[in-house]
Design a protein around this ligand. Structure first.
Ligand SMILES: *[C@@H]1O[C@H](CO)[C@@H](O)[C@H](O)[C@H]1NC(C)=O
Ligand SMILES: *[C@@H]1O[C@H](CO)[C@@H](O)[C@H](O)[C@H]1NC(C)=O
Length: 588
């Protein structure tokens, strides 16, 4: 008691200690108030979510493969219905926790079909038709403050790179839209830094803005058909984006418009979405004149749905559904701390001559997602189902035409959606036939073989074929066994003995035709040390590890031997003590 008292007195005497305690306390309160609590609030914690959605399997649950070097998302279907389209899903996940950013194709149950990891960021991955042929299209490039600097790639059905499209002039291609028209042209978005007087918005006189531009480019010739600049047609005060101290430097321009989609109607006029204007604009395809504006501060339409047809905000992906109907993804908010709202897929019928807008359909996520950036809405051909990609939130949902949720898939845990660790700018569904010009990949492990073929959509079964053992220079193979293809990678258990002679695996389509085959495989039965070391070592490093283990083993053996020898040579009794004598002999 006395000792404790003494210690306390000494501590209290030291003013430094008191000051540090106080400082630690204040730091704890401040970080709780401004760091920990706000971030906990951002989590979408729900009672009764699955382990997946709480994040117990990680922030980006992934699948690994034996035959493929990369990981793909383990997609979690929260809801599934057989009425969902069996077309493929196209996403391009990336983000802080995604190791391999890649455009990727998944089947209707979320299994990987194809992926191509990129060094730069992929966006807007989907199937488009160019001059009657289907292509995979995606943007790739560098990313800065909500838009991109890059170009657009087109891959054909063999996944060969066929076209790279860049804007005309000394401009970078932006990630937001690359829409191919029926005439073989591409509609593309571009962000260009431009000097602008910002005094009316409360900014610099000699300031800078991001001008939002779109171009129509002929893909084959690279020539420019049309170009349109927001700054020449729309005043800055139509924007909802606050200046927030921007626009003083060239490196930090004011993004007043934020164009993010372009569509073209059969009469040749353009439809653009400008996120920061909360508006959809129709633009004359010849003169560039604005024909009408739906939504935002310059809205021209009367709202026949009590405000719900024109109150969309921070939206994406405005497309013509028919002559008089537009679909879009209404984000409703710009960032997490905006008042609570719910994002929706939205279909709006517009009467252009009379300037009247009416809601045709609304599509909400079953978990009331609010995605503060990115996202898209797609009418699925055939079924008339509606497909929504939730952009900033790693989820996609398929709805029946009347707005009922049929399928809902997550490719990241929903509790963490608002943090945007895993995003896919768009998610779409399309039919696709992929015939890669590679060979299937196979790996033999003991008596099982794993086989996959990145991007091959037509394979339904794998056939094991064994060498007939006659001529090694002109090998003939006999069919042994046919196994149904399962997901991305199929594990096949080989019949007894097959692993030790030559065999190969042949890919078969639905008509039993051969699409491709692996190289000849098989492992010798005779065991030898060199092969053993080789099979467990790759390169110098692993060989070093094996050698180290052998040396450690030798040292251990040596140690054991030494101990045994020392022990054996030690006299069993100390001099002057008791002495063991042979039984029967009596010491003198
Ligand atoms: C924007 O400024 C113009 C004048 O430059 C003015 O006529 C218009 O009313 C303003 N619009 C808004 C939404 O403040
Ligand atoms: C395609 O070209 C035709 C003929 O020039 C034109 O009438 C039509 O509007 C164009 N369509 C698109 C989507 O550009």
């Amino acid at each position: 008691m006395h000792l404790l008292h003494a210690i306390c007195r000494r501590l209290l005497d030291q003013k430094l200690a008191v000051a540090s305690l106080l400082f630690a306390f204040i730091t704890a309160i401040v970080s709780l108030r401004f760091l920990i609590i706000p971030n906990l609030q951002r989590l979408n914690l729900r009672v009764g979510a699955s382990f997946y959605d709480y994040g117990f399997y990680g922030l980006y649950p992934s699948r690994r493969y034996v035959t493929f070097d990369y990981e793909s998302p383990a997609v979690n279907f929260v809801q599934w219905d057989s009425q969902c389209s069996d077309a493929y899903t196209f996403i391009a996940p990336h983000g802080g926790v995604v190791e391999y950013s890649a455009p990727m194709i998944l089947d209707s149950r979320g299994n990987l079909v194809w992926m191509k990891p990129l060094f730069d960021t992929p966006e807007d991955f989907r199937v488009q038709e160019y001059l009657g042929e289907k292509y995979l299209t995606y943007w790739h490039g560098g990313y800065s403050s909500g838009h991109g600097q890059g170009s657009w790639s087109l891959l054909d059905s063999s996944y060969s790179h066929r076209f790279e499209v860049k804007p005309v002039g000394n401009l970078d291609g932006d990630l937001h839209d690359f829409q191919i028209t029926e005439n073989g042209t591409a509609l593309v978005t571009i962000y260009d830094v431009k000097p602008h007087d910002l005094t009316e918005s409360g900014g610099a006189k000699h300031g800078y803005i991001y001008d939002s531009i779109f171009q129509e480019i002929d893909i084959a010739t690279g020539s420019l058909n049309f170009e349109w600049r927001c700054s020449q047609h729309i005043p800055l005060n139509a924007s909802y984006a606050g200046l927030k101290g921007r626009g003083w430097k060239r490196e930090d321009p004011y993004d007043a418009y934020h164009i993010n989609s372009i569509d073209k109607d059969p009469s040749g006029n353009y439809l653009i979405s400008a996120r920061h204007l909360h508006a959809i604009l129709s633009i004359d395809g010849k003169t560039g004149e604005i024909l009408w504006i739906l939504g935002g501060k310059q809205n021209e339409f009367e709202d026949a749905s009590e405000g719900r047809a024109t109150n969309f905000a921070w939206q994406h992906d405005a497309r013509w559904r028919s002559d008089d109907t537009i679909t879009l993804l209404d984000n409703t908010a710009e960032w997490f701390f905006d008042p609570p709202t719910e994002s929706r897929g939205l279909a709006i019928v517009i009467d252009i001559p009379n300037r009247v807008a009416r809601v045709q359909g609304e599509y909400f996520h079953p978990g009331s997602i609010r995605t503060t950036s990115q996202g898209n809405m797609q009418d699925l051909p055939g079924s008339r189902n509606v497909f929504v990609g939730w952009g900033h939130c790693a989820a996609y949902t398929e709805f029946s035409p009347d707005g009922r949720v049929l399928c809902d898939a997550h490719f990241g845990p929903s509790t963490w959606f608002t943090l945007g660790n895993v995003v896919s700018y768009r998610s779409t569904k399309s039919s696709w036939v992929g015939k890669p010009n590679t060979n299937p990949a196979a790996v033999l492990i003991r008596s099982s073989v794993f086989v996959s073929w990145n991007g091959a959509t037509e394979v339904v079964a794998w056939r094991i074929e064994q060498w007939d053992g006659v001529d090694m220079d002109d090998m003939h193979f006999e069919p042994l066994k046919v196994v149904k293809k399962e997901g991305f990678e199929t594990k096949i258990d080989l019949p007894q003995g097959v692993a030790h002679v030559y065999f190969r695996i042949v890919a078969l389509n639905g008509q039993n035709e051969i699409l491709g085959m692996t190289g000849v495989m098989g492992e010798q039965l005779d065991w030898n040390f060199r092969d053993f070391v080789r099979s467990y070592s790759v390169g110098v490093f692993s060989s070093g590890v094996v050698i180290s283990f052998v040396m450690i083993g030798c040292c251990l053996l040596q140690g054991v031997f030494w101990t045994w020898r020392v022990h054996r040579s030690r006299p069993l009794s100390r001099p002057g003590g008791y002495r063991a004598v042979p039984l029967g002999s009596v010491p003198e």
